[in-house]
Write a protein that binds this ligand. Structure first.
Ligand code: PMP
Length: 304
């Protein structure tokens, strides 16, 4: 049983988690017409009275844009105000994962996005490591990542996660930890809930935003950081076989942070990962508010 934070944001205010209830007829429940975010907040190691949110502005922007793709309005300011109110109500003492969600809250049937009520909620829960920091085994999924012409992939749309769910379960039930999905053109897109990077001959490579990936905020941060650290970065289509001969392969995401891939199908990957390790060390110090050059990536929210 999950241990949720005692207060959720629901229908424009903070309410006890158990009181935030929706009807079984809720439109989004049937049609997948919601969009969500996923953010981490950690207690500020420098001050017991505040929480640190990594790239809160980017997360709010992506959710606001996801809402727009579902033809509804949700401003970045509304999201940030609700996150702040929710953290201040809960005063968490441990690292947490925050799940904001915008969805069609209407009770009428028929798939549509016009003439429909929407709502916005947030809940939170403590979250440690989502994937083993020592590395994961991956299988190439038999499921293909959707195309942007059938689903707005620039948003984190709930309905898209049926493919992630099928791919993850297929991987786990065949003895692997994670799934890597190809796109409809047969190139690598991403994992079930993470973006993918590889290192070949000192160059950091990741599928571009035209490869049907989610525009991950950790991904964008790793790219920016690598450039600042003089690591050459290229965004380009990635073939499946490149993974097997890569020097390093790793996944990025808010939940997964930076997680190495130790095995793909039956191929064992290198355990020596200098590029990933350098990026991870730097990213951890940034998220903990210890890197003055990247203080602007961290929002400090007073909760005392
Ligand atoms: N791809 C998918 C499908 C995801 O669900 C996520 C998690 N949000 C990511 C990539 C990584 O995105 P981010 O770094 O913004 O968490």
């Amino acid at each position: 049983m999950h241990q949720f934070l005692p207060y959720a944001w629901f229908q424009g205010q903070c309410v006890p988690f158990e009181e935030a209830r929706i009807s079984i007829a809720t439109h989004a429940l049937h049609y997948g017409t919601g969009a969500f975010g996923g953010m981490r907040a950690i207690p500020d190691p420098q001050s017991s009275g505040s929480m640190l949110l990594f790239r809160a502005d980017r997360h709010a922007r992506r959710l606001s844009r996801s809402a727009r793709l579902l033809l509804t309005d949700l401003s970045e300011a509304t999201i940030l105000e609700a996150l702040t109110a929710m953290l201040q109500a809960n005063k968490p003492q441990q690292p947490i994962y925050l799940r904001p969600f915008v969805y069609t809250s209407d009770l009428g049937i028929a798939p549509r996005l016009h003439d429909i009520e929407t709502d916005f909620l947030i809940y939170g829960l403590p979250l440690g490591d989502y994937l083993s920091p020592d590395g994961v085994s991956c299988r190439i999924s038999s499921w293909t990542r959707q195309e942007d012409r059938s689903l707005p992939l620039r948003g984190k749309i709930s309905g898209a996660y049926i493919t992630s769910s099928l791919a993850k379960t297929e991987a786990v039930q065949s003895g692997f930890d994670e799934a890597l999905l190809l796109n409809s053109r047969g190139k690598i897109s991403e994992a079930s809930g993470m973006n993918l990077f590889l290192v070949r001959d000192g160059q950091l490579i990741t599928p571009g935003v035209d490869q049907d990936i989610l525009e991950g905020i950790t991904r964008a941060s790793v790219i920016e950081l690598a450039k600042a650290m003089q690591i050459p970065v290229v965004e380009r289509p990635v073939d499946k076989t490149e993974l097997f001969i890569a020097d390093e392969v790793f996944l990025t995401g808010t939940a997964a942070k930076i997680t190495p891939i130790r095995q793909i199908e039956s191929t064992q990957m290198n355990t020596d990962r200098p590029v990933m390790t350098a990026l991870k060390t730097r990213l951890v110090s940034i998220t903990e508010g210890r890197d003055t050059a990247y203080e602007h990536w961290v929002t400090r929210i007073p909760i005392a």
